[in-house]
Write a protein that binds this ligand. Structure first.
Ligand SMILES: [Fe+2]
Ligand SMILES: [Zn+2]
Length: 366
């Protein structure tokens, strides 16, 4: 309900304002003091906060409060004066979380030209927005050269370096440390579940694909989890709580992490998916939660491997598949190792990708 002028009320905890639009703000006294923007409370050079809450009593209340010309003005008992812009007070708390929606039927990642992605800011912004929303894109016409993924750093980077290699080679290799180094099918998974913070972006660059079979598979993991949550909320809860060990190793490296398969943010939104059948280690069978966990994990495995959940396509040489790895799982069909299939992958972080998109938006091209 709109009002003719802003209504203001205070009690011992804070100040309540009903703005002309009818929107409410509830502003605790300590929050207001902590968010004073004056030059005594902020470092002018960096706009970082200098004031620290320990300098005022916990039961702090303003001496005077008024709201004039869309500014909230406060004098505190020690004489300090704070003035807050109404627009700032109304916009604070606006949602900056990632928006996503499940893939449409028959989804295949949109393809963008590799060179244009690097050289054309407008195209890059379009591509990064698609990546943010769908969690998967393909770059085409990339050089067929080892190390090409380094060139993506200005748009996605820096590279998130992990053990084993900076750029990982994936081809049939009898001494390889992972099922990816065989011609076996690779069920949908994300990489390095064995890290406490697995890499959140993965780029897979196909250099040679002369085999039959070996189609690429991706799965919208968050869509699978959202549907599971809807159908079996107690299974979803178990997957959020049960600690699961993951390990990836070779003769010279050892990575190991224990974490639940599903991570939610503080509001309960799905924020991370850790799924790797091949890296998962033995769960303690004596843990009282294990049998319920296994029922939940069975249902999850069934859904992740369901052909209906897959987007399948052939990744040709010169193509780079990029996935938001905390959401999208990747895998491949088995192949006949009659010709060479040679892939390189490297990792990045989604926070940095969002930064590049933000900077392009600031430049006005997005
Ligand atoms: Fe992988
Ligand atoms: Zn101040």
């Amino acid at each position: 309900m709109t009002v003719s002028k802003p209504q203001i009320q205070r009690d011992k905890d804070g100040i309540q304002i009903v703005w002309e639009s009818g929107r409410h703000s509830s502003l605790p006294h300590l929050w207001l003091r902590d968010n004073c923007g004056c030059s005594d409370c902020r470092i002018a050079q960096t706009s970082e906060k200098k004031f620290i809450l320990a300098d005022v009593p916990v039961d702090l209340e303003p001496s005077t409060v008024d709201l004039v010309d869309d500014r909230l003005n406060i004098v505190w008992p020690d004489g300090h004066q704070s003035s807050y812009d109404g627009a700032m007070l109304r916009s604070v708390g606006a949602d900056r979380s990632v928006t996503w929606s499940p893939w449409p039927a028959q989804f295949v990642p949109q393809r963008f030209d590799f060179r244009r992605f690097l050289s054309d800011d407008r195209k890059a912004a379009e591509c990064l927005r698609e990546f943010r929303d769908k969690g998967a894109i393909i770059l085409t016409e990339a050089p067929i050269a080892s190390g090409t993924l380094e060139e993506l750093a200005p748009r996605l980077g820096p590279i998130r370096e992990l053990l084993f290699d900076r750029i990982h080679d994936v081809e049939v290799d009898p001494s390889g440390y992972n099922v990816a180094h065989t011609a076996l099918p690779l069920p949908p998974h994300n990489d390095f579940a064995s890290y406490t913070w697995p890499p959140s972006v993965q780029a897979l660059h196909m250099l040679e694909n002369e085999t039959t079979g070996g189609e690429s598979i991706i799965v919208d993991g968050w869509a699978v989890l959202a549907a599971l949550r809807e159908d079996y909320p107690h299974y979803f809860d178990v997957l959020c709580r049960m600690p699961v060990p993951f390990r990836e190793f070779d003769d010279n490296n050892e990575t190991f992490a224990v974490a639940p398969i599903v991570r939610c943010d503080v509001d309960g939104n799905i924020a991370g998916f850790r799924f790797s059948n091949q890296l998962m280690q033995t769960v303690d069978p004596n843990d009282a939660r294990t049998s319920e966990f296994y029922r939940a994990y069975h249902e999850l495995c069934r859904r992740v491997t369901d052909p209906a959940a897959r987007s399948c396509f052939r990744l040709d040489s010169g193509e780079i598949l990029i996935v938001f790895a905390h959401r999208v799982l990747h895998g491949r069909d088995a192949f006949e190792p009659t010709g060479r299939r040679y892939l390189q992958d490297a990792y990045f972080e989604f926070d940095n990708v969002k930064n590049h998109l933000f900077v392009l938006q600031q430049k006005g091209v997005a």
